[in-house]
Design a protein around this ligand. Structure first.
Ligand code: SF4
Ligand code: SF4
Length: 77
């Protein structure tokens, strides 16, 4: 199944505000210091969601399309 997941394309713009974590309706983004990790299986349950990207204060996130079988864990370093 294809779905959209968030990617940090501009790490220098990340303010580490954790707004993306709070904005996720399924708790897919976890703060595992010193980075944030994305639980792909949780994110994939919301195929039309872009809440974290929309709320990102630093405009540091974009959505990218992937297959649920791909392994992509790190959102914010
Ligand atoms: S796209 Fe939606 S479900 Fe996925 S991490 Fe962002 S807020 Fe959570
Ligand atoms: S990715 Fe965006 S919302 Fe998340 S901590 Fe960084 S600036 Fe804040």
């Amino acid at each position: 199944m294809k779905f959209n997941y968030p990617v940090l394309t501009k790490p220098e713009k990340c303010q580490h505000c954790k707004t993306c974590i709070a904005a996720c309706p399924v708790g897919a983004i976890k703060d595992v210091d010193p980075r944030f990790e994305l639980d792909m299986s949780k994110c994939a349950t919301r195929t039309d969601c872009f809440s974290c990207v929309m709320h990102c204060k630093g405009h540091a996130l974009i959505l990218k399309q992937a297959d649920t079988t791909e392994k992509i864990n790190i959102v914010v370093q």
